[in-house]
Design a protein. Sequence first.
Length: 239
Amino acid sequence: MTAVDIRRASDRGTSTTEWLDSKHSFSFAGYYDPANTHHGLLLVNNDDWVEPAAGFDTHPHRDMEIVTWVLQGSLEHRDSMGNTGVIYPGLAQRMSAGTGILHSEKNGSASERVHFVQMWVIPDEAGIEPEYQQADIDDAQLTGGLVTIASGIHRDAAIGLHNKNAALHGARLQPGDAIALPDAPFLHLFVPRGEVTLEGAGILREGDAARFAGAGPQRVTASAPSEVLVWEMHADLAG
């Protein structure tokens, strides 16, 4: 793989129903490509739109760190640990499935679609107790540069992550705003909203991603109001 591997929005797998429009950056559900199962430690990067008054019924997970980031609208969460709540833009949420958990995710609005990205990494240790965590991130932080949303590396993260080699960062950018990406062996940059220019690689539009392997420091500059999600990873699933 080249140091920077650009993946276009149109290259993603899809799952479409009457109420769901889901785009998969990696093999997921009915989309399977043996050459596209993960990058670094990131196994799932699903870009989902859910219609009003619809959503995912109760279903199980185990031994997975699941981070959900809402961009528009709101998502109602319920799980078998008794956690209930509404995830909205700026609220970081992580669910550790551990030994096993049941949960549902619904769009409670009668009129507005919800847009969110759900991302999965494997925990360092299997069979941990299921866990739920959420925390608000102030808009001033997100518009002031790259903010650590979830991490097993950085203590200043909004929420924790049971993987000592992975961290998720995010930022909301206005035209002309620039950020420096973390320097790590593996990075995954996803643009769920807007348009940015990646130094040395050109324009990334909504739904595009860049996968980095030992690429060194990189800069991203927004050319439209944008949001970016960046996974910093210091290990790979292959070891």
